[in-house]
Design a binder for this molecule. Structure first.
Ligand code: GLV
Length: 318
C-alpha cells in the first residue's frame, strides 16, 4: 500500500546536498533537512510525525522527539556510533551505505603504498637538491603479501586493487571461509601471517571483537618493512602500542586516516612522528549521488510502507 508523503528527516551536515538528491530519488517522500547543530529548530509537529531519519551522527535528544521513528539510514559505511547509541531502541532498523567507498579507499591504499614503493618522498628531496640519483629504484611489489583485515565490499575492492598491483592478497575475516576470488583466513591467524606481510590494511568496522585488535601482542610479529594502513576505525589500533612498534621497528610506516578522537587533537604526538602519515579521514568521501544506488531500494520500500531490508545486525555491529 502506498503511503504518499511519508516523512523523512535529513539531519546531516551536508543536508543541502542530500535533500534534493533524496527527493529526486523518490519524489513521493516528504523530506526536510537541517544541519545537526540546528535540529531543534525543526517544526516539532512535523518531526513527531517523521518515520524516517537520514543522518551521520545521531544528535542527543532527537529520538525522543521522533516517537514514530521506524528507520534510520546512515550516510556512511561505519555505523558503530549508531548501533550502540543508548537512545536508539533496538527494534529500529539501521541501514548503512558502503557501495562506492571501496573504490576511493582502494585508491587511497594503493596511492600511499605506491608512494612508498616509488620512493616519492626521496625523489622530491633529490629534486629539491637538483640531484640525479640513479639509486632511486622503485620497490617491486610483485608477489609481496598484502593482508586486508575486514573483507566486506570495501575490503574486497581494496584487495582487488592491491592484486592488480601484483600483490598476493589475503583477506582476514571472523571465520575462515572458501571464496572464489581470494584466500580468506580467520583474523585469529593474523599474528602468524604478519612476519611475511608487506602491508596490513585495516578495513574492518569497530565492533566488540575488533576494538584494540591491532595491539602490541600482534604488532610484535611485524618487521621494519611492514606498512600499516588504517582506513577502518581509529579504535581498531592501540595507539601507544603502535608508537612502541614503530620505535622497535616491528612496523616501518603507519598511514592513518582514522583516529579514536577526530579531529586529531593538535597536541597529539602522532602529528610529528617521522614514521606516521596522517590524513583527515578522507579515504572514503561520501558523495550523495554515488551513494544513492545503495540506499534506493530501501528508500522505495520506506515510501511504500514495506519492510526495510538488509538492516545492520545491531548485535554484531555491522
Ligand atoms: C566513514 O567513515 C564511514 O563510515 O562512512
Amino acid at each position: 500500500m502506498s503511503q504518499p508523503g511519508r516523512k523523512l528527516a535529513v539531519i546531516h551536515h551536508r543536508f543541502a546536498d542530500w535533500v534534493p538528491t533524496l527527493e529526486e530519488a523518490d519524489p513521493r517522500l516528504d523530506i526536510r533537512g537541517v544541519h545537526p547543530r540546528d535540529w531543534k529548530s525543526m517544526d516539532p509537529t512535523w518531526l513527531a510525525e517523521a518515520e524516517g531519519l537520514f543522518c551521520w551522527m545521531l544528535p542527543t535528544g532527537l529520538v525522543s522527539r521522533m516517537p514514530k521513528l521506524a528507520w534510520v539510514q546512515n550516510s556512511g559505511a561505519g555505523v558503530d556510533h549508531l548501533v550502540a547509541h543508548p537512545e536508539l531502541p533496538s527494534h529500529i532498523p539501521v541501514s548503512r551505505a558502503d557501495g562506492h567507498f571501496g573504490f576511493w579507499m582502494a585508491r587511497y591504499v594503493c596511492g600511499h603504498l605506491l608512494g612508498e614503493a616509488q620512493h616519492l618522498d626521496e625523489c622530491a628531496k633529490a629534486q629539491s637538491l637538483a640531484h640525479w640519483d640513479p639509486k632511486l629504484i622503485p620497490e617491486d611489489l610483485g608477489g609481496k603479501i598484502a593482508l586486508v583485515l575486514g573483507f566486506g565490499r570495501i575490503g574486497r575492492q581494496i584487495g582487488r586493487a592491491l592484486r592488480e598491483l601484483g600483490m598476493d592478497v589475503t583477506g582476514l575475516v571472523r571465520e575462515a571461509r572458501k571464496d572464489p576470488e581470494f584466500s580468506l583466513r580467520a583474523s585469529a591467524d593474523l599474528p602468524g601471517l604478519l612476519p611475511t606481510a608487506r602491508c596490513l590494511v585495516l578495513a574492518a568496522p569497530a565492533t566488540e571483537e575488533t576494538r584494540g585488535m591491532v595491539n602490541g601482542g600482534l604488532l610484535r610479529n611485524g618487521h621494519s618493512n611492514l606498512t600499516l594502513i588504517n582506513v577502518g576505525r581509529g579504535n581498531l589500533v592501540v595507539l601507544d602500542d603502535l608508537l612502541e612498534a614503530l620505535e622497535m621497528a616491528t612496523v616501518g610506516h603507519a598511514v592513518l586516516d582514522v583516529f579514536p578522537e577526530e579531529p586529531l587533537p593538535p597536541d597529539s604526538p602522532l602529528w610529528h612522528h617521522p614514521k606516521i602519515t596522517i590524513t583527515p579521514h578522507h579515504s572514503g568521501p561520501s558523495t550523495p549521488k554515488d551513494l544513492i544506488p545503495d540506499i534506493l531500494e530501501n528508500l522505495h520500500r520506506f515510501a511504500e510502507g514495506r519492510p526495510i531490508e538488509d538492516a545492520v545486525n545491531r548485535q554484531r555491529g555491522y
